[in-house]
Design a protein around this ligand. Structure first.
Ligand code: FAD
Length: 420
């Protein structure tokens, strides 16, 4: 994908990072008519370690960006098959007034290129192979970044506002003073691709009974996400709330998982298409502050991944859109105080839900609890269906079904758990 222009020296908004969060923020800002520049240190199409599964929430955001037809040829799936303790349950995505009942599995190299190209088509400038090496600070206000291109000397790119969208490690965000709450749950996950004749199945699969090479139960989850292109994305994820978290070798855990599913998925466990790659997943809104006087933090840089299931693409798109709206107001009214609304909006929208999810992450970090919940859930379809609704954050604001009642009870408990 070619760059959209030569490096300018100023923009209204500078966006650090061109992943889902950065590209979506750029799209919405450009659509509002603002001069926006994305700095992306890699070159599209670029790989990103991910399960590649888009939830109905993410699909909704892509549709809103006018990208529905871009995914017509991608692998569409209808819901989730949960497996564990010799049982399985297949469930379609729940009905919801705002979200559809399908998702896609699409490699990130492709997905992120499509969204970045779309932002450029809307008017954003994209500088690939350019790294924001440090913020430009003037009288205490962030006013851009020092940018290093693929060749030549670093240059200064000035902007009225900056969006921090540099992902899970967020070095740029840290240099502005963002901090991740160290004692809040996070996850690590590892994935690779395998060839399988079952690549076109319309269900993603999630295993709740992971076992290590010594056949000991490990409270994490395994996944098989059929990609429709002859392969499936297969991985395992582990929560930091597990007592032995730091001693688990996730590469070995993945090996053990793939060996167990190999026959069912008709694949050769010894031949992943490429070496497995792992990544850390900050979650539950664990990063603060999410706003400064002239900057906003979005996506993984803000730690907005759902602790129930590790999904972050949807929240990256959603937080980027909220940030773009706030910045649009600030630019239109020439009033930077609008930016302070953003953190409150994040809290109103995700604060309590993430707190419940963090509490859940602490509970399932105990192997005995994980096993019991898996056993009970997989014996009761109704229970599992409302669990899916809660875990995918598809509660209905206008209806009180079993899922909403159960969530309400969990939410009350979470209110009395100050450290969740
Ligand atoms: C193994 C694994 C599996 C996952 N599976 C799923 C899944 O199936 N579904 C799901 O919804 N989520 C999943 N996630 C989470 C998901 O990948 C993230 O939530 C999502 O990528 C967040 O998007 P982002 O734009 O915030 O960050 P990123 O996608 O990380 O994008 C950040 C971008 O910023 C660039 N960048 C960083 N620093 C700089 C700099 N200084 N200058 C310029 N550019 C910079 C990077 O090159 C990168 O392109 C998974 C995560 C992992 C680790």
């Amino acid at each position: 994908m070619p760059d959209s222009g030569l490096p300018g020296t100023s923009a209204e908004v500078l966006i650090v990072g061109g992943g889902p969060a950065g590209a979506a923020a750029a799209f919405w800002l450009a659509t509002h008519g603002h001069a926006v520049t994305i700095i992306e240190k890699r070159t599209f199409p670029r790989e990103k370690t991910c399960g590649d599964a888009l939830t109905p929430r993410a699909v909704r955001q892509l549709d809103d960006m006018g990208l529905s037809s871009a995914f017509a040829a991608s692998h569409r799936y209808e819901g989730v098959r949960v497996t564990g303790l010799e049982r399985e349950l297949t469930m379609q995505w729940p009905e919801h007034s705002e979200y559809g009942r399908h998702g896609y599995v699409i490699r990130r190299a492709e997905l992120d290129t499509i969204v970045a190209e779309h932002a450029v088509a809307a008017g954003a400038t994209l500088l690939q192979g350019h790294e924001a090496v440090r913020p430009l600070v003037s009288r205490g206000f962030v006013r851009g970044a020092v940018v290093q291109g693929p060749t030549g000397a670093p240059f200064e790119l000035m902007a009225k506002y900056v969006v921090v969208a540099d992902g899970a490690n967020s070095r740029f965000g840290r240099s502005l003073g963002t901090i991740r709450s160290q004692d809040w749950p996070y996850a690590t996950a590892i994935r690779a691709y395998w060839t399988t004749p079952r690549h076109a199945e319309p269900w993603i699969e999630s295993a709740l009974d992971l076992r290590d090479r010594n056949d000991r139960a490990v409270p994490g989850y395994g996944w098989v996400f059929p990609a429709g292109d002859g392969t499936a994305n297969i991985g395992v994820g582990l929560l930091s709330t597990f007592r032995d978290f730091k001693t688990v070798n996730t590469a070995h855990l993945l090996e053990a998982y793939v060996a167990r599913i190999a026959e069912r998925w008709q694949l050769d466990p010894s031949t992943p298409l490429r070496r497995p790659v792992s990544g850390r997943i900050p979650m539950g809104g664990s990063v603060a502050p999410t706003a400064g006087p002239t900057y906003l933090v979005v996506g993984d840089a803000a730690g907005v991944v759902n602790p129930f299931n590790g999904d972050g693409i949807d929240y990256a798109y959603e937080t980027a859109r909220l940030a773009a709206d706030v910045l649009h107001d600030a630019l239109a009214t020439n009033d930077a105080s609008s930016l302070q609304r953003y953190s409150k909006q994040l809290d109103d929208r995700y604060g309590q839900y993430f707190k419940v999810a963090r509490l859940f992450a602490r509970i399932v970090g105990r192997p005995v609890m994980m096993r019991e919940m898996t056993r009970i859930g997989l014996h009761n379809r109704t229970l599992m269906e409302w669990a899916l609704r809660i875990m995918s954050n598809e509660l209905r604001p206008d209806e009180t079904g079993l899922a909403e009642l159960a969530y309400g009870a969990m939410s009350t408990v979470a209110k009395f758990a100050p450290n969740a």
